[in-house]
Design a binder for this molecule. Sequence first.
Ligand SMILES: [Zn+2]
Length: 105
Amino acid sequence: MKYTCPHCGEKTFNPIQKALCGSYRGMGKPCPNCGKRCCNGMTGIYFQSVVSVIAFIAVIWIYLHATENIHSSIEIACIIAGTFVLNFIFNMFFGKLVEPIRTMK
Ligand SMILES: [Zn+2]
């Protein structure tokens, strides 16, 4: 399974490389074929927003229901790590590669 570069139209990104390109707000990664930078499109941003809201609610819930501070901080760390993993997996399999909005300085 390969993803198409928005610049040269070649299928140059595998799912892991695509996920490593990061979000639409980021700098992206260069295409192995044409060297122009690519990043994940807006769908990744929408997904990230939804996951962040759910994670935020979960953290608040744990905070309010926590009886042992050490235990709840581990749970909160797991939720934060989990949101990163979810976003990474989403970028691996969903959405498409686009040109980054930011340009190299
Ligand atoms: Zn390319």
